[in-house]
Structures are given as C-alpha cells and as structure tokens.
Ligand binder design. Structure first.
Ligand code: NAD
Length: 470
C-alpha cells in the first residue's frame, strides 16, 4: 500500500479537503468573480498562448482553436453566470397532507473535493469546461489533463496558478501514473472524459471510496442518410463534422449508413465538399490539423492496412505521411463487418460508408452495437426520424446536422452506458458536481405523531384512511 502521508498528492488533497467548507460557503457573487477571472484569461490574456500551444501540440488551426476550445469555455461561463443565482437558491417543494405542519426544500450543496481527468482531443475545453461547473457548484478541484498534449497542459497550469490558490484549484501535469496515484484518493466526485476502457478503470477506483463519477466516454456514432436528405448540404455538414480536429472528436460521425439508392451521388458530393474545405492536397492545407502523436497515427494506419486486406473500396484518400502524423481525409466503402474500422471507435480522419435498404436494417445494425454517444439522422421523412429515435438508444441525437448539439448549453451532454454515465454542460454540469440535499422543517406538532405507539384500533383506522386518501 502507498504511504499517503508522504505523498504530495495526498497533501494537496488534504489541503483542498480542509478548505472545502470555505469554498463551499462562497456566495453567488464570489463564484461569479472567479468565473469572470477564468473567462478573462481564456478569452484575452492567454488567448495567443493557447492558440500557439495547440498548434504546437497537433497543428490545430487558430480559427478552430477559437471555435472549439475558447468559445465553448467562454460561452459556458456566460451561460452559468446568467443562471447560477437560481441554481444556488433554495428549491421549495410541496408538502403532502400526511406531513401537515412542515415545509420542505432542497438545495444543491457542493460535493467537496473533486478530480477532473481530461483527454487530449479538446484539452482546454474538456478541462476548463468541467472546471466551470465545479467552481459554480462551490467545489475544490484537482485537474489532470492528458500527457499527450503537453504544450497546452503547461499553459493551463500557468492559468490555474495565476488565478487560484492550489488549496482551491490545482492542475497537475505529467504522465498516466499521476492519474493512477490520484485515483487512489477518496475524492468526493470524479469527472472523467476519455475512452470507455479507461472509464472502467476510473469507475473501479472510485468504487473503492464510493466516490460518485461522471464518465464522458466515446464510441461509434452512426450517421444515417436517407433518400429524402438534401445531399449537398448533408455532405457539407458531414465533411465539417468528420474532419475538423482531424476527426479526433468524440461526437464526430464515426460511420455512415447511406440508403443504397443514393450512395454514389452522395459520395460524389462528399468528395467535392472535402476538397472544397482542404483542397486536393490536404497536407498543404492550413485548415487541417494533425493526428496527435505516433501512437495514434500507427493505430489509424493499421485500420487502413486492415481495410486494404479486406479489399475495401477507397473512395477518397488513404495516403499517410508518418513524419508529419498526417493521414489524408479518407472515405472507404465495401468493408466487411469484421473490418477493424467497423469494430473500433475510429477517432481520426477516416470515414467508413455502409449502405442499407430498409430502416429496420439500420435500427437492427445500430442496436447490435454499444449505445453510441451521438446518433445523426439526415432525412426529411418524419416517420423515419421518429422510428429511428424510438427504436434506438443514444446519448444525443441531431437531426439534419451533426456535432453542433454539443453547443446548446440547455441540453444535457453525455452518453449512455458504454458511451458514458452522467451529463455535463450548463445546469446538468452544475448538478453533477452537487449533492441535492433535502431539508424538512417541522413547524407545528406533526400529524404523524397521532400515530405513534401504542397502536390502537382508532390509529389503525387513521392509517387505513391515510393510505386510501393521502
Ligand atoms: P484515454 O481514455 O486514453 O485518456 C483519457 C485520460 O485518462 C487522459 O488524461 C489519460 O492520461 C488518462 N489515463 C489513461 N490511461 C489511464 C489509466 N490507466 N489510469 C488512469 N488514467 C488514465 O482517452 P484519450 O485518448 O485521451 O481520448 C479519446 C477518447 O476520449 C475517445 O474514446 C473519445 O471518444 C473520448 N472522448 C469523449 C468525450 C466526451 O465528452 N464524451 C470527449 C472527448 C473524448
């Protein structure tokens, strides 16, 4: 067993634990002040450093950083600020007749000391997004970003040091071992974003202390396109949703299910659209980021090799350059079901295309796999849309668009079972970092007292009436 008394992480944890009531008792105004400070550094003071760090990590274009890293954090803060007063207020509830003489309410109290473990694909957004919810709910927080994007982790560490004491918020850089050590501590809540496999490790570790968890995981998000969809606009949205961030997005379309009769026309539209975004030579495009590292590059090249072995049709792309962790935007059809691209989450710029004939076929195929994080439907046919929604399960669904559902703070964001447990964003994120504490106050002699022992026939009659009428 690790001797935690000599462990620096344990000391940090204890200092945050000692500070939790002070932070938990902060007012709405004090929390807003912290959120404003975070907003200011992300939006203004550190903006250029953030852009440069993400470019250094995986050549992320500045515009994409603004849109998918800075904007989500800033807009989450704005949304939380305009609602936090309500969320922090006492939530009164009705009192049943049987409890006459009392009043009841609940309030959201902070969970306490929280751990946020985040992935590399949107490192700022997925580290500071949960931090916004945790601060809003009045917690102390230890953040552990991914080791795979060290430049942005360093900048985030500077930001956190600039605006927080480490007994309130601390960011620990470093390898996987840091997360493994942290997971041994009795946190009050763990918010993890990453793969289902590591999610299981996190949940097992949390079980040791009965720590609550939010698991924002991944999976294969299907995208259905039927013959009523507008092929041009569908192609444009899918080319964007699949290839921004080089396809390294938890909610990007993982594979397409295209109605057989429109497959050729649709693939042509999609090819034209990808070229319009990234030119004929995507390696020279300033708008196309890179695979995060060699390990993920090799993983994706293995998928391409596997597809070749299965004699699949490369409709577009397929070439790669290892020196630059570059893989062309790639469209592949005619894959057999046992091809690795149809089995594993892809998380890269490769898009398999399957065809189908009936809606039933689509529904059965989706239900033969784990519940996805997102499911997309491109159709004008109401019945098709309703049938697919009613007969499948998914974390979220977007109709006639993709990925953008992530940006509506009024919607809960998260998966279901293998794609996640718990929800984030806006009120749902605030809830995840809070305990709903119920309070009942007795004002007058309670009616229940009439029923205290010794039990008599009269009391039995009152119980009978209570069951019948209240
Ligand atoms: P990952 O699971 O490999 O790593 C996530 C985090 O866990 C990293 O910080 C990493 O350091 C840490 N980690 C890795 N192994 C660990 C271990 N054995 N013990 C403790 N901690 C460990 O995921 P990733 O490669 O960073 O990100 C890609 C995955 O994340 C994909 O599956 C993707 O779908 C998912 N994801 C989900 C969301 C969402 O919001 N649902 C968002 C982004 C990414």
């Amino acid at each position: 067993m690790t001797d935690y008394t000599t462990n620096t992480y344990y000391n940090l944890f204890i200092r945050q634990k000692d500070n939790q009531y002070k932070i938990g008792n902060t007012t709405y105004k004090e929390r807003v002040k912290k959120l404003n400070a975070l907003k200011r550094v992300v939006e203004i003071t550190y903006k250029e450093k953030i852009r440069q760090a993400l470019y250094d990590d995986f050549k992320k274009p500045f515009t994409e950083t603004d849109l998918t890293e800075i904007y989500p954090v800033v807009s989450e803060i704005k949304f939380v600020k305009s609602n936090l007063k309500d969320w922090m207020s006492r939530q009164k509830v009705e009192t049943p007749m049987a409890l006459l003489g009392s009043s009841s309410w609940y309030n959201f109290e902070p969970k306490g000391v929280c751990l946020v473990i985040s992935p590399w694909n949107f490192p700022l957004n997925l580290t500071f997004g949960p931090l916004v919810s945790a601060i809003a709910a009045g917690n102390t927080v230890i953040l552990k970003p991914s080791e795979m994007t060290p430049h942005i982790s360093k900048v985030m560490a500077e930001i956190v040091k600039d605006i927080f004491e480490d007994n309130e918020v601390a960011l620990l850089e470093g390898e996987v071992e840091v997360s493994q050590e942290l997971l041994k501590l009795p946190f009050n809540h763990i918010f993890f974003t990453g793969s289902p496999n590591v999610g299981k490790i996190v949940m097992k570790a949390a079980a040791e202390h009965l720590t609550s968890v939010t698991l924002e995981l991944g999976g294969k998000s299907p995208t259905i396109i039927d013959e009523t969809a507008n092929l041009k606009s569908t192609a444009k949205k899918i080319a964007w949703g699949k290839f921004i961030n080089n396809g390294q997005i938890c909610v990007s379309p993982d594979y397409l299910l295209v109605k057989e009769s429109i497959k050729d026309n649709f693939v042509n539209e999609l090819k034209q659209q990808v070229k319009a975004f990234y030119t004929e030579e995507a390696s020279k495009s300033e708008s196309f980021s890179r695979i995060v590292n060699n390990r993920h590059f090799d993983r994706l090249v293995n998928h391409l090799e596997d597809a070749k072995k299965h004699n699949a049709t490369f409709e577009m792309g397929g070439k790669s350059k290892s020196e630059d962790n570059f893989i062309e935007p790639t469209l592949i059809s005619n894959l057999p079901e046992n091809a690795s691209l149809l089995q594993d989450e892809i998380f890269g710029p490769i898009l398999p295309i399957k065809t189908y004939k009936t809606n039933e076929e689509v529904i059965n195929y989706i239900n033969s796999k784990e519940k996805p994080l997102a499911l997309y439907i491109y159709s004008k046919h109401k019945k098709t849309i309703n049938d697919i929604i009613k007969n499948t399960r998914a974390g979220s669904t977007c109709i006639n668009n993709n990925v953008v559902q992530y940006s509506n703070h009024n919607l809960p964001f998260g998966g279901s079972n293998n794609s996640g447990i718990g929800k984030s964003h806006g009120f749902f994120g605030f809830q995840e970092f809070s305990n709903k504490r119920s309070v009942m106050k007795q004002h007058t002699k309670g009616s229940i007292e009439f029923l205290f022992p010794p039990y008599t026939n009269l009391k039995q009659k009152i119980v009978d009436l209570t069951i019948k009428w209240f």
